[in-house]
Design a protein around this ligand. Structure first.
Ligand SMILES: Cc1cc2nc3c(=O)[nH]c(=O)nc-3n(C[C@H](O)[C@H](O)[C@H](O)COP(=O)(O)O)c2cc1C
Length: 319
């Protein structure tokens, strides 16, 4: 893949390229995290939905597959958050990635054990709070992202520059990034790294049912819908169940998602009509399932031609 990159994010996470695997509940477990770290990015195990024992097992599995660092995502509001923090410390994890709640709740415990913390935000206010709480970097996620998104509805293109200019700590851009163009655009906006979810679902190694990968590749830019806008908005692929939920009115949508969301979640069952498949708008740019290595090397190697075009344009050359 050529030269490794160096900036505050690669230093912080000890990886070759500032490309982070977006945590995905019951999907990004030990094998997927190891795979991304082995390819030069930073793999993350999602602790959401895992018992203490299962999390330990997945960390051990990742360690048997890579000697590169991996992180643990801990949604702060989940009931297993305390357990996941303790396991991360006990198992010698170097970076914890908090989300969905106030990182201040655990920051003293994590920091006094010598771990780094990155935290996911979707607004400037949240980013400032996270910085004051003492996190080392923020992941700033725009509204086009897959999965749970902010209520504010701010797109990546507008969110990143504002947060990057306002904070001293580095910013990782998330939402809508799936290729070299997106990576360069995120860096140009002031981010020092990117987080990728949806593009990594469409890989051979991602442990989701084939119908999810097929639906994702067939999707266009308008194939996603945001459910649960009043409580916890989540961007998912449109299908029979999600269109039904979207059609019954906002207040009820929240109830339906609260009652059924986890039951029908794609990692736990269903088919292409009945499973809830979190997915970003970037699905409209994805047409193939390939290996994690291919996705990452195309992204890294592709930056050169993107930069050549930009250099030519900005130096007055004709394209
Ligand atoms: C299938 C799927 C499941 C997700 N589950 C979680 C999760 O459990 N916790 C979390 O913080 N983010 C979750 N996300 C969001 C990702 O971590 C990441 O922020 C997002 O996918 C980035 O946007 P992109 O999809 O445009 O790359 C999920 C995303 C997808 C596509």
């Amino acid at each position: 893949m050529g030269n490794v990159w160096k900036n505050r994010i690669t230093d912080l996470l000890e990886c070759d390229y500032p490309i982070i695997l977006g945590p995905m509940r019951l999907i990004t477990l030990g094998s997927m995290a190891a795979c991304i770290s082995n390819a030069g990015g930073f793999g993350v195990i999602g602790a959401s939905g895992l018992s203490r024992e299962k999390l330990v097992e997945e960390i051990k599995l990742a360690r048997s597959l890579t000697n590169k660092p991996i992180g643990i995502n801990i949604p702060v509001y989940r009931s297993n958050a305390q357990d996941a923090v303790e396991v991360s410390i006990e198992m010698g994890i170097k970076t914890v990635y908090t989300s969905a709640g106030n990182p201040a709740r655990f920051i003293d415990k994590i920091k006094s054990a010598g771990l780094k913390v990155i935290h996911k935000v979707s607004s400037l206010e949240m980013a400032r709070k996270a910085e004051s709480a003492g996190v080392d970097a923020v992941v700033a996620m725009g509204y086009e992202a897959g999965g749970h998104i902010g209520r504010e509805g701010i797109t990546t293109f507008c969110l990143i520059p504002v947060i990057a200019q306002s904070l001293k700590i580095p910013v990782i851009a998330s939402g809508g990034i799936g290729d070299a163009n997106g990576l360069i655009a995120a860096l140009a906006l002031g981010a020092e790294g990117v987080e990728i979810g949806t593009r990594f679902v469409a890989t051979n190694e991602c442990p989701v049912p084939p119908f999810f990968k097929e639906s994702l590749c067939a999707a266009g830019l308008t194939s996603t819908v945001v459910l649960g806008k009043e409580a916890m908005p989540i961007r998912v692929l449109k299908n029979t169940i999600t269109e039904q939920a979207a059609g019954i009115g906002e207040a009820k949508t929240d109830q339906v998602m609260a009652q059924q969301g986890d039951v029908l979640y794609v990692a736990e069952g269903g088919n292409k009509h009945t499973a809830v498949m979190p997915c970003g708008q970037v699905a409209g740019l994805i047409n193939d399932v390939s290996s994690v290595n291919d996705v990452l090397s195309k992204m890294i190697n592709g930056t050169k031609s993107v930069l050549d075009v930009l250099n030519k344009t900005t130096s007055g050359g004709r394209l």
